[in-house]
Design a protein around this ligand. Structure first.
Ligand code: 3PG
Length: 210
């Protein structure tokens, strides 16, 4: 599956920071049951790679790795079973390795230079990060204007309440966010409710091409 297709599967990609492998499956099952099948597991905890492997066993889950910073992280994430890769920024070593691997890749960009380096690598789907701190919707709109071929997953400071206005942007295919899963003990009911609410944000894609 291409990264474009993955971005169109659900309106929200949960960004997950998980400390306990035992929580992996219940969290993934609750999110998928609530309609969010695309999951980004950040490599920010010592167990993140194991969490990816566990979540990938959940039927219907498309599990990717986030916070991938370099080719070593990339290799480890793919070996763990990551089906797509997200990075907070775009470097030449990571970008070249990701493109060479053929894995669906969603690199972070925050300005025109980042985006142009992505285009040079043949990439045109980007995480706009950190979305709110980098200027919010006005910044995304200004950035999208000269790059008609680019489509975005804004992430960073987005909430259930603010997601609709982002998703209404023609250049936005989905948004990412960590709001769906709270810290501490897994509350399956709360995760399910948050996932259902996020899934309901789905707007009919009129023409989100190319
Ligand atoms: C990310 O890595 O994408 C961000 O940490 C998610 O941002 P949020 O916590 O503001 O949703």
């Amino acid at each position: 599956m291409k990264i474009d297709a993955i971005m169109r599967l659900a309106p929200v990609i949960p960004v997950l920071v998980i400390d306990d492998v035992a929580q992996a499956r219940p969290i993934a099952e609750a999110l998928v049951a609530g309609g969010l099948c695309v999951l980004e597991v950040t490599l920010r905890t010592p167990v993140a790679l194991e969490v990816i492997t566990e979540m990938a066993k959940v039927a219907g889950a498309i599990v990717g790795a986030g916070t991938v910073l370099n080719p070593g992280d990339l290799r480890a994430a793919i070996e763990a079973g990551a089906q797509f890769i997200v990075s907070p920024g775009l470097t030449a070593p990571l970008g070249e390795a990701a493109v060479a691997s053929g894995v669906p890749f969603l690199p972070g960009i925050a300005n025109a230079g980042d985006l142009m380096r992505g285009l040079d690598l043949g990439l045109d789907r980007f995480k706009f990060f950190p979305a709110m701190a980098a200027g919010g919707l006005p910044a995304l709109r200004a950035l999208a204007a000269p790059f008609g071929m680019a489509r975005f997953c804004p992430t960073g400071g987005i909430t259930q309440a603010s997601a609709p206005e982002w998703l209404a942007e023609p250049a936005v295919l989905c948004v990412g966010g960590s709001w769906l899963v709270g810290k501490g003990a897994v509350d399956v009911a709360a995760i399910g409710a948050a996932a259902r609410a996020a899934t309901a944000l789905h707007i009919q894609p009129e023409d989100r091409g190319p």
